[in-house]
Write a protein of this length. Structure first.
Length: 110
């Protein structure tokens, strides 16, 4: 009886741990050649800087949105939206505002 009662809680904890692992294994790199997005377990994708518009925060939705890690969306110049699981770049900066500032500094040639 106790196992039946605890099973939903164990399932939620396992899902939360899996979400954290996926975010930790993902990466984001912003260089003068482009933006490299690696959403684990997918292969890395490099998007040229000329095709990148800006980053936007992804809305948290669902029943367990409070425990979901913060993510973002990379908006391309043609309107395409690319999900980004990690919002800290290896070149420095954490959060959507810092990522957009990094894009602007690279466009300005700094």
């Amino acid at each position: 009886m106790l196992v039946v009662l605890l099973f939903p809680f164990v399932l939620v904890v396992v899902a939360a741990i899996a979400a954290v692992v996926v975010v930790l294994r993902s990466s984001l790199g912003i260089t003068s050649s482009g933006v490299e997005v690696h959403n684990f377990p997918q292969a890395p994708r490099v998007i040229p800087l000329e095709q990148v518009s800006h980053f936007e925060p992804a809305p948290r939705v669902g029943n367990f949105s409070g425990i979901r890690p913060a993510t973002a969306v990379l908006v391309l110049t043609d309107g395409t939206r690319v999900p980004v699981r990690k919002i800290s770049a290896s070149s420095g900066g954490r959060g959507v505002d810092a990522l957009n500032q990094r894009l602007e500094s690279l466009r300005a040639g700094n």
